[in-house]
Design a protein around this ligand. Structure first.
Ligand SMILES: [Fe+2]
Length: 201
């Protein structure tokens, strides 16, 4: 099926509808992937090459903001990873849904194994991996820990949705060797869509 009728505008309307009804994290993680699937099927109508470029120096990820409410909720980004890019293990402090748009990368899951009794200390272990390609969607609660590695040899483009922009959540990165758990920020370039008319998004 080719869902050409869906758009960024309709995605945002549907996300707002869920939010108005105070959807729980569990409900968002059930509903949002279905909306994201429609975005993937209709990507040829909204995804532009200008959204899929790394930062100006060509050195790191490009982060392209499609939407964010005034209170920083319902944040939607297109993220472009260069070959070899890799994140530390991290959580988001909010629900997250990530979907492949072009190319592929590997998502690694981590499991926390300590008793969480020591501030700034965490023990984590690998807990599985999966390929994020143009047919894949992953959904995770706010305390899930993952890392991403673009091991594809090419650029990988993904769609990211967060309950709250992760620059405004308490999220953490984890070092499996030193067991240090520390605050983590998104980083990379962020640009806003300014050339898209409402109904066409
Ligand atoms: Fe992440």
């Amino acid at each position: 099926m080719c869902d050409t009728g869906y758009s960024i505008t309709r995605l945002v309307a549907d996300l707002r509808e869920l939010k108005v009804h105070a959807a729980t994290q569990a409900r968002m993680l059930e509903a949002v992937p279905q909306l994201v699937r429609r975005m993937m099927l209709a990507k040829h109508t909204w995804l532009r090459p200008s959204m899929c470029v790394p930062n100006a120096q060509g050195e790191s990820a490009g982060i392209y903001r499609l939407h964010e409410e005034d209170d920083h909720s319902l944040a939607v980004f297109v993220v472009t990873w260069l070959p070899g890019d890799e994140t530390p293990a991290h959580d988001h402090g909010t629900w997250a849904v990530i979907a492949g748009l072009d190319g592929h990368e590997t998502n690694h899951w981590w499991k926390r194994t300590d008793d969480r009794s020591v501030e700034g200390y965490a023990e984590i272990q690998r807990a599985g991996s999966e390929r994020i390609d143009a047919s894949a969607i992953v959904a995770m609660p706010g305390d899930a820990i993952h890392s991403v590695h673009n091991d594809s040899g090419g650029v990988s483009v993904t769609l990211h949705l967060y309950g709250i922009n992760v620059d405004f959540t308490e999220r953490h990165k984890y070092d499996p060797a030193s067991h240090v758990m520390a605050p983590y920020r998104f980083g990379g370039r962020r640009r806003e869509v300014t050339d898209i008319q409402g109904g066409q998004r």
